[in-house]
Every structure is written in structure tokens, then in C-alpha cells.
Design a protein around this ligand. Structure first.
Ligand code: SF4
Ligand code: SF4
Length: 361
């Protein structure tokens, strides 16, 4: 016989406005002390389903049955109650969520990696929320939840999914993931555990928030515009300002680097790379540095300096007085020293036309 446990989780934070623990969005559960109101704590990663996952792990130690999690809304309460009457050999935890649209691929991956063999999620009614939910489910399936995660719209579909469980693999091997410092890192850690035999990056849908960037080396001028705009520091400038460095696990595929790049040198490639190398810095591009003409410290890409000087000399959109021209080939600290009237480490050279190679603009 199956063994069903029922509970409710409130994610709508209504208790913060009322001062007591009840869910404003649920008429049935209102004032019900059994509702677990989820409070996110400052500085902690918000993982509202972590508690029930931990409880499921404890159950697994003494119970060898397939562990199933059903997530549903208040409207799905009766469908789930009726499905409970049909014979099954699973251990089932059915959880009513007041704000089911807030359950994302991160939560779904967490439940599959931490304690549950299968997750059955009630499909939301048509609309934006339903489209978002389908996207999140597809993403979780591609990140390791394939064959273990399904949507249901009716009692019949729920019963059919339950009946298919033994054929769908029964109990899955379990290895506890090391949870990350944020939801994104947690999702990656869960995906790694859920795909133990995957050692190559897996392509994801176009709008997935994980992936890499591909750089056209012949087009990139190391102007650094993409680095300034990248909101997650996935792109940065390496040593001597002449290396473009990238960390894949930080990239959210927002596309800001691609849209700002004046040379159209970047392409986005949504994918998940479960290997630890995705957390390390990789050098996308490395160019010859230009050295400060006063102190000799490299401070900018030579190609960038060449282009700037070529524009000044060619009077193509950039004009600079002689004083300013003297400052251009100096590093920041030598520029300050010169502007404050101090001596630079050695007398700055005036760069004359022809001293650096000119490039076509
Ligand atoms: S990729 Fe584009 S924006 Fe980034 S440094 Fe190269 S040219 Fe500049
Ligand atoms: S897609 Fe967004 S997060 Fe990724 S490197 Fe470009 S700007 Fe940074």
C-alpha cells in the first residue's frame, strides 16, 4: 500500500503583513496551524522546500519504497485526495503550495537531488504563469530531471503517472549534493549530482540562464565594453588589462555583452557544464599590451591605443590638444602625477605619428 503524507507550504509571505502565521491566499488553509509559512532569512539562500527534502532523506533510511513528491495548488486538493485511494506502493508526500508559480527549476532540481525519486507538479491554468511553469519544468528536465519530473492537469493524469512509477525506474540512486551559496549555485550542484555520467556540456533552450559565450577573436578589439556591462562579473579583464577572462558558472545569458559589443564579436550559447572547470577562469582573448611611456607598466591593449592614436592623428572624430596627447600614452598613476605637476618616473615621450602601427578604423 502507498503511504501518503499531506502538508501545506505558504510562499506568499502574507504573515509579514498580518503578524501571524496564516496564508491569505488560501481560504481552506486560513488560520490552519498546519501551514508551514516559509520565511526567508537575510543572508540565507531561499530554499522553501529544503525542510521537506531533509525529512524525506530521513525516511529513505528506513523505507525502501519509491519516494514521490506531489506539488499542487488549493484547486488541486480534491484531485490529489482522490488519487490517494488508488493502490500504489510508493511513499508519497503531497504538498499544497499557495503560490505554485514561484516553484522554479531550482526547487524542482533540489527535490530530485535531495530525497525524492519523482516529482509530480500540478499544471497551472493557461496564461503567463503556465508558460513560465512549462519553461521551468523543461529546464529542470534537461538539467537532470528527465523521466523523473512530470506535470499533471487532472486526477486521471496524476493516477496514470503514479501507476507508471515502477516502469519509470522506481528508486533512483541517491548522492547528497553540496548546496551552493545561492540558488543558482545550488541548481548547478543538484544538476551535477543528477547527471553523474555527463562529462560534457549539455545544450539548453535559448532562454536558459546558464551558458557560455563564444568570441570571434579576429573581431574583438579588447575595448572592454562588455566587461563594464556584465552584471555578474562573468566577464573581467585579466592581467595588464590585456586579457578577456570568463567564468561560465557566473554567466546568466542576459545578452548585455552581446548587445553592447561594437564589433559583434560575441555569441551566446545556453548550456550547462556540470564539470568543476565551469567555476574557473578561462582566458577568452589575450592581446599584446601597450606599456606606459613613462614607467613602462602595461596598462591597455596595444591595438586599442593604436586605434585611438590613429583617430587623433587622422582627425577622425577624436580631437586632443597637445597637452592631452601627452597624457594619452601614460598609465593612470603617471597621468595623475603629471597633472599634479610632479615628475613622472622618466620624462614622458611624445608619441609621434608612425611610432605605433595604424590600423584601419
Ligand atoms: S567582445 Fe566586443 S565588447 Fe568585448 S572587448 Fe571584445 S570588442 Fe569589446
Ligand atoms: S551574457 Fe550577461 S552574464 Fe553572461 S557574460 Fe554576457 S553580460 Fe555577462
Amino acid at each position: 500500500m502507498s503511504d501518503w503524507k499531506r502538508s501545506s507550504v505558504c510562499l506568499c509571505h502574507s504573515s509579514t503583513s498580518t503578524g501571524s502565521d496564516f496564508c491569505l491566499r488560501s481560504a481552506v488553509r486560513k488560520h490552519n496551524p498546519a501551514v508551514d509559512v516559509y520565511h526567508s532569512t537575510a543572508g540565507e539562500t531561499a530554499l522553501p522546500l529544503l525542510g521537506l527534502c531533509e525529512a524525506a532523506i530521513e525516511e529513505r533510511k528506513s523505507d525502501q519504497r519509491t519516494h514521490v513528491l506531489i506539488l499542487h495548488t488549493e484547486a488541486g486538493h480534491s484531485d490529489v485526495s482522490q488519487a490517494e485511494w488508488f493502490d500504489n506502493t510508493a511513499w508519497v508526500h503531497a504538498v499544497q503550495i499557495c503560490d505554485l508559480e514561484r516553484i522554479s527549476h531550482v526547487d524542482l532540481l533540489l527535490t530530485l537531488a535531495l530525497g525524492f525519486d519523482f516529482v509530480l507538479l500540478q499544471k497551472l491554468p493557461l496564461g503567463h504563469a503556465a508558460a513560465d511553469q512549462s519553461r521551468e519544468v523543461e529546464l529542470a528536465q534537461m538539467m537532470g530531471g528527465e523521466r523523473r519530473l512530470e506535470l499533471f492537469v487532472s486526477q486521471l493524469e496524476l493516477r496514470n503517472s503514479m501507476a507508471e512509477l515502477p516502469r519509470a525506474g522506481g528508486r533512483w540512486p541517491y548522492k547528497r549534493p553540496v548546496l551552493g551559496p545561492n540558488r543558482r549555485a545550488t541548481a548547478r550542484a543538484c544538476a551535477t549530482v543528477l547527471m553523474p555520467t555527463v562529462h560534457q556540456p549539455l545544450n539548453l533552450p535559448q532562454d536558459a540562464p546558464y551558458g557560455t559565450v563564444e568570441l570571434d577573436l579576429s573581431a574583438c578589439t579588447m575595448c572592454q565594453s562588455c566587461v563594464w556591462l556584465c552584471p555578474t562579473d562573468a566577464l573581467s579583464i585579466g592581467e595588464h588589462k590585456c586579457e578577456l577572462v570568463f567564468v561560465e558558472s557566473h554567466c546568466i545569458q542576459c545578452g548585455m555583452c552581446k548587445s553592447i559589443c561594437p564589433e559583434d564579436a560575441l555569441k551566446l550559447r545556453p548550456r550547462i557544464d556540470p564539470q568543476p572547470s565551469a567555476d574557473t577562469q578561462q582566458i577568452l582573448h589575450q592581446v599584446e599590451p601597450f606599456k606606459c611611456t613613462s614607467c613602462g607598466v602595461p596598462f591597455v591593449a596595444k591595438s586599442m591605443m593604436d586605434r585611438l592614436l590613429a583617430r587623433i592623428w587622422g582627425r577622425k572624430g577624436v580631437q586632443a590638444s597637445e597637452d592631452v596627447q601627452e597624457l594619452i600614452p601614460l598609465c593612470h598613476s603617471c597621468q595623475i602625477q603629471k597633472q599634479q605637476g610632479g615628475n613622472t618616473k622618466r620624462a614622458p615621450m611624445m608619441i609621434k605619428a608612425g611610432q605605433v602601427s595604424r590600423q584601419p578604423l
